[in-house]
Design a protein. Structure first.
Length: 233
């Protein structure tokens, strides 16, 4: 209900209190629990707009004849807490990926067509990131479009099946080694995944893979396998 939704100033204050508790600047657990309760109400306020965004994404894909696997998720409580602790200047009221939906499509051409439909539609676009044209250092590829649904920011992720399989593999290896490999870094498994992403991108665009890239992939796979074996002990 509307009266259960905290105000922007309340959400901003809650995020600040959570960060202070995580830093040890405000050890009062009562302040922390009150702030988390406000955060949870703010998180819940994204559910209905997220469902609308999910249905809208499915409709847009059907309209242009793109076969899309569409899913949605609300960011988990612990994930929000981790992000607040990791990003010291992040304002909780301006966090744009609490609600997110994703479309996985067969080809890059399909991705671009669906992206165009979203960006040139009636919904206000708050932020746009093209990690296909400019992949992240980790090797992540995809397009993120943050749109406004019912006064809530919802992040729409677009990936091809190849990009999605790479992301799933990264999540699997993250759990295996006990580190978040989705973040940019230089862990040997991250370096292997980055090279794998480069090769997968070339293959998606129909480009030949140079011999030196194949060699680098083999070397990094060997180094990554050592860490994977150690993690399994």
């Amino acid at each position: 209900m509307a009266h259960d939704v905290p105000s922007t100033s309340q959400v901003k204050k809650a995020g600040s209190r959570i960060r202070k508790f995580l830093r040890g600047d405000d050890p009062d657990p009562g302040h922390f629990y009150d702030a988390v309760e406000t955060m949870e109400r703010w998180r819940a306020a994204h559910y209905t707009p997220l469902v609308s965004a999910n249905n809208g994404l499915r409709s847009r894909a059907r309209t242009i004849g793109v076969e899309a696997e569409v899913s949605q998720r609300l960011k988990r409580r612990q994930t929000i807490l981790d992000k607040l602790g990791r990003e010291p200047n992040l304002d909780l009221s301006r966090m744009q990926d609490i609600g997110g939906c994703r479309a996985v499509v067969p080809t890059i051409d399909d991705l671009r067509r669906l992206e165009d439909r979203i960006r040139n539609g009636r919904l206000p676009v708050i932020r746009y990131s093209d990690y296909v044209q400019s992949p992240r250092e980790s090797g992540y590829r995809g397009v993120h479009v943050v749109v406004s649904y019912e006064e809530r920011a919802v992040e729409v992720q677009l990936r091809t099946k190849v990009m999605h399989n790479w992301a799933l593999a990264t999540e699997y290896y993250s759990a295996f080694v006990g580190e978040n490999l989705k973040q940019d870094g230089d862990h040997p498994v991250q370096l292997f995944l980055r090279t794998a992403s480069d090769i997968m991108a070339m293959q998606e665009y129909g480009e030949p893979v140079p011999d030196d890239m194949v060699q680098l992939h083999s070397e990094r796979r060997l180094e990554a396998s050592k860490h994977l074996r150690e993690s399994n002990r």
